[in-house]
Design a protein around this ligand. Structure first.
Ligand code: 3PG
Length: 391
C-alpha cells in the first residue's frame, strides 16, 4: 500500500481520517493514547506544508448530534500536544466547513465535528462520502481502530480521491501483519475476555499459527466445563461447549499446546466485597462463581510467556477492574513486561490492563484497535485498508 511519503502533499488539502474515539468521563478525556498515536502523521503533513483536515468519530451517536460526543475536548488536547493551533468546527460537511477549508494556509490544522452525527457515515452513504471527498485533494487513512468499519469516512471517500495510509495505520499493519504471517517461535497467543462467542474466529485462526494457546477470563469456564468439570455459577455459554471441545481436539491434532486454567479464584457474588477463595477447577463449589484464574494457573502462564519469542495478548484473565480479581491479569501483564520475547497487545481491555498495572511502556506494541486488531488476527480483510488505492 502507498503511504503519504509516496505522494506530494505540499499545498494540498489532505483529509485525514483518525481514530479519536477516546474514552471520556464527564467531558474529560480519560485516555489520550489514540490522540498521541495520530501525531506523527499530523506532524509530517504539517511539516510538508499540507492543509490538514482531521475527521473522526467519537462514541456511537447513531446519526444524531449528541452534545457529550463532540470532539471539542479532543481538539483542545491535540492543540496542546502539538503546541499548535487546531481549529475545531461544529460540523463535518456543509458551507461553514467549505469556507473554513478555503481559508486554510499551508500547515494549518482543522478538526471536523464527529462524523457519526450524520447517519450516512455508518451507512457508508455515497453522497456523504462525496461531500467529504470534495473538501480535499488527498485522503489519508490513519484510523486503524476503525479500519474494520466500511463507513463513509473510512471507506466510501477513498473511491473519490487518491487514498493512502498514514504512519499509525502502517505501523499497526506492519507489526500485526509480520507477527501473523512470519512469526518467531515459540509463538504464544493469550486469549481472554468474557465470551467465547467473540473469540471464535480468532481462536480458529490462531490454532493454525501458534505453538501455545493460553485461555483465561470468563470464556475459560466454558472450556473448563467442556473438560467435564462443574463450574458452579461461573459464566457459561451452553451453546459453545461443543465448540470448546472441538478446539481442544483441534489443538491436540495440530500439536498446539492448549493451556487452560487449573485453578480459579471463586466468589460468592459478583462484587468487590464478595467472599473469595482459591480452588482447583475440579472443586468449584456449586453456588460460587469463578472471577479470575488462580495462582497456580497464573504462574504457569507466566512461565510459558517467559519462554516465548512472540506473544500476542487479547483479553483479560479475570475481572481485573476489581482488586480481588486482578491477580491473574496482573501476573500475565508482569510476565509480558519481563519476557525477552516480542510482546503485542491487541487493544481494548488488555491495553487498559497494561495501563492499570503500569507496564504499558514495557510492551513492544500496543495496538490502538480493539475490534480491528481482532479482525486482523482472524485473517479478515479490513474494508478501510482494502479501499486504499494506488492511484
Ligand atoms: C473502537 O473503539 O474500537 C473503534 O473506534 C471503533 O468504534 P466502533 O466499535 O464504535 O465502530
Amino acid at each position: 500500500k502507498k503511504t503519504m511519503k509516496d505522494i506530494d502533499v505540499k499545498g494540498k488539502r489532505v483529509f485525514v481520517r483518525v481514530d479519536f474515539n477516546v474514552p471520556m468521563a464527564d467531558g474529560a478525556i480519560t485516555d489520550e493514547t489514540r490522540i498521541r498515536a495520530a501525531i506523527p502523521t499530523i506532524e509530517y503533513l504539517v511539516e510538508q506544508g499540507a492543509k490538514v483536515i482531521l475527521a473522526s468519530h467519537l462514541g456511537r451517536p447513531k446519526g444524531e448530534v449528541k452534545e457529550d460526543m463532540r470532539l471539542t475536548a479532543v481538539g483542545i488536547r491535540l492543540a496542546e500536544l502539538m503546541s499548535k493551533p487546531v481549529t475545531k468546527l461544529d460540523e463535518s460537511i456543509g458551507q461553514a466547513v467549505e469556507e473554513a477549508v478555503a481559508s486554510m494556509q499551508d500547515g494549518d490544522i482543522l478538526l471536523l465535528e464527529n462524523v457519526r452525527f450524520h447517519a450516512g457515515e455508518e451507512k457508508n452513504d455515497p453522497a456523504l462520502a462525496q461531500q467529504f471527498a470534495q473538501l480535499a485533494d488527498i485522503y489519508v487513512n490513519d484510523a486503524f481502530g476503525a479500519a474494520h468499519r466500511a463507513h463513509a469516512s473510512t471507506e466510501g471517500i477513498a473511491k473519490h480521491i487518491p487514498a493512502v495510509s498514514g504512519f499509525l495505520m502502517q505501523t499497526e499493519l506492519d507489526v500485526l501483519g509480520k507477527a501473523l504471517s512470519n512469526p518467531e517461535h515459540p509463538f504464544t497467543a493469550i486469549i481472554g475476555g468474557a465470551k467465547v462467542k467473540d473469540k471464535i474466529g480468532v481462536i480458529e485462526s490462531l490454532l493454525e499459527k501458534v505453538d501455545h494457546l493460553i485461555i483465561g477470563g470468563g470464556l475459560s469456564f466454558t472450556f473448563i466445563k467442556a473438560q467435564g468439570y462443574d463450574i458452579g455459577k461461573s459464566l457459561l455459554e451452553e451453546d459453545k461447549i461443543e465448540l470448546a471441545k472441538s478446539f481442544i481436539e483441534k489443538a491436540k491434532a495440530k500439536g498446539v499446546q492448549l493451556h487452560m486454567p487449573i485453578d480459579a479464584v471463586v466468589a460468592n457474588e459478583f462484587s468487590q466485597d464478595a467472599e473469595t477463595k482459591v480452588v482447583d477447577v475440579d472443586a468449584i463449589p456449586a453456588d460460587w462463581m469463578g472471577l479470575d484464574i488462580g495462582p497456580k494457573t497464573a504462574a504457569h502462564y507466566a512461565e510459558v510467556i517467559k519462554n516465548s519469542k512472540l506473544i500476542i495478548w487479547n483479553g483479560p484473565m479475570g475481572v481485573f477492574e476489581m482488586d480481588k480479581f486482578e491477580n491473574g491479569t496482573k501476573t500475565v501483564a508482569d510476565a509480558m513486561a519481563t519476557t525477552s520475547g516480542y510482546t503485542v497487545i491487541g487493544g481494548g481491555d488488555s491495553a487498559a490492563a497494561v495501563e492499570k498495572f503500569e507496564v504499558a511502556t514495557k510492551m513492544d506494541h500496543i495496538s490502538t484497535g480493539g475490534g480491528a486488531s481482532l479482525e486482523l488476527m482472524e485473517g479478515k480483510e479490513l474494508p478501510g485498508i482494502v479501499a486504499l488505492n494506488d492511484k
